[in-house]
Design a protein around this ligand. Structure first.
Ligand SMILES: [Zn+2]
Length: 169
């Protein structure tokens, strides 16, 4: 039998409030078909804007359908980062830790990478100043585009329905 979890349980899971034994049980069970929809409902209830969330895209980021029918990356605070097929990081504030001292602020002594070989780029939301993502790359390396989901295929093949085109919920 496929277990189904109520919204309160999933909300606790999302917020890290469930004991490990319960989390493990949920994680190892077969994914119930309506779990995605419940998670979307919870995410939607936690933001103040009306755009329909199509896919959570990170801890504070979502791909949403806007009222004027665009699909954009959006922060929980409402800041938009442009079309989801482009790299949202290019619209973020970027702090680069490129000196040895700056890198060592974050690592225990002798554990930090050599600044000649690696820099840390911190991507920060211009709206709420939340640190959204960090990448560690060689100096001069292009900004990474983490992933571009195939939204249509995800909805049609995995959820078994069309990608919503309606704007608000
Ligand atoms: Zn934000």
């Amino acid at each position: 039998m496929i277990p189904s979890y109520d919204s309160a349980t999933l909300r606790d899971l999302l917020e890290g409030k469930l004991p490990w034994s319960e989390v493990h049980g949920i994680m190892s069970a077969f994914k119930d078909p309506d779990r995605f929809d419940k998670m979307l409902e919870i995410h939607q209830s936690r933001v103040t804007w009306q755009d329909r969330i199509l896919l959570p895209y990170g801890e504070n980021l979502y791909i949403v359908q806007t009222a004027d029918a665009r699909r954009v990356v959006k922060c929980a605070c409402g800041q938009e980062f442009g079309d989801y097929r482009q790299n949202w990081k290019l619209e973020a504030l970027i702090r680069v830790r490129s000196s040895q001292a700056e890198i060592e602020e974050l690592y225990p002594k002798m554990m930090a990478a050599n600044a000649e070989w690696m820099q840390l780029r911190e991507f920060i939301c211009p709206g709420c100043k939340t640190l959204l993502e960090v990448e560690a790359v060689p100096p001069g390396y292009p900004i990474l585009f983490d992933f571009q989901p195939d939204l249509e295929a995800f909805y049609e093949q995995w959820l078994g329905r069309k990608l919503p085109t309606g704007a608000s919920t």
